[in-house]
Ligand binder design. Structure first.
Ligand SMILES: O=P(O)(O)OC[C@H]1O[C@H](O[C@H]2O[C@H](CO)[C@@H](O)[C@H](O)[C@H]2O)[C@H](O)[C@@H](O)[C@@H]1O
Length: 270
């Protein structure tokens, strides 16, 4: 029978350079650990409502949340309600949703409200997308407070490509509409926001002296591009990135968070 390994003995697949950076950043005065959710904390799945963080990632993230001089945050493209429903974040975790358009910093945080013009614009965007979805089997829409998302994960590839092209054709020149491509999604928002603004906001709000951010999607590149010298950016997956480090999959995110927890505890002496 194989004896059980303690967390210290568990073999890591993270590169020595990445582990060295984790050790360095763990010693900072105030650490911000900001994670993307889908494709990073959670593997990608067919139905957005079924996404869940990997248990090891969730456990390490929750333990980081309890450490002194350490702030955890999720920076997601999801609407805040949808993020809470799948991520079950620890109470003290700060949340940035809708790619930065929604922010939750604790009880009493202001809700995102649209004025009448934007509400009308969003309704018009939805009508256009409804027409496209009707003609494209396997596609579906997801509503957010300021956006509508065209999902194509369950559609045949050619159907997906045509549906996204049709949506782009009608929406990309429309004033006040901002399009974002993601993993088998095209989002049309009536509010301009980015994860780059999200990470800058969290850095300032938490007083962080260094930030760790990991993400898998194109929209996460905005956050990675907004990291500062001394921060640690990690790309999850094989697509193009400007991140310093790359890991392959959400399972490695669990290793990253566990290494960060171990090193942060060592640095804090707890
Ligand atoms: O920024 P994130 O937390 O990664 O959120 C990005 C989008 O996540 C969701 O869509 C993605 O995950 C789904 C579930 O795994 C998958 O089916 C879909 O193809 C992915 O694009 C969410 O539904 C979107 O609203 C988020 O913008």
């Amino acid at each position: 029978m194989t004896p059980e390994l303690s967390p210290e003995q568990t073999p890591l697949s993270l590169s020595p350079d990445l582990l060295e950076s984790v050790r360095g950043i763990a010693a900072t005065e105030h650490l911000l650990v900001a994670m993307d959710f889908d494709g990073t904390m959670s593997p990608l799945v067919d139905h957005a409502a079924d996404a869940r963080a990997l248990p090891r990632s969730a456990a390490a993230f929750a333990a980081l949340t309890e450490l002194p001089r350490t702030t955890t945050a999720l920076i997601s493209g999801r609407a805040l309600d949808s993020l809470r429903a799948v991520a079950f974040p620890p109470e003290k975790t700060l949340l940035v949703g809708s790619h930065g358009a929604e922010v939750w910093m604790g009880p009493g945080s202001a809700k995102l409200e649209l004025d009448d013009d934007r509400r009308e614009l969003l309704a018009g965007v939805r009508r256009e997308l409804e027409g496209i979805v009707e003609a494209a089997p396997g596609t579906l829409l997801e509503d957010k407070p300021a956006a509508v998302v065209l999902h194509t994960r369950l559609a045949a590839d050619d159907v997906a490509v045509d549906a996204v092209a049709a949506a782009r054709a009608v929406l990309q020149q429309r004033p006040g509409v901002f399009l974002k491509s993601g993993n088998r999604v095209l989002e049309a928002s009536v509010v301009h926001a980015s994860k780059g603004e999200g990470v800058a906001f969290l850095r300032q709000a938490s007083g962080a002296t260094a930030t760790v951010f990991a993400g898998d999607d194109t929209t996460d590149e905005d956050a990675l591009a907004n990291l500062l010298p001394g921060d640690l950016g990690v790309k999850v997956g094989l697509d193009f990135t400007q991140a310093q480090f790359r890991i392959e999959a959400p399972a490695h995110v669990a290793e990253l968070l566990e290494a960060l927890l171990r090193e942060r505890k060592r640095a804090l002496g707890v």
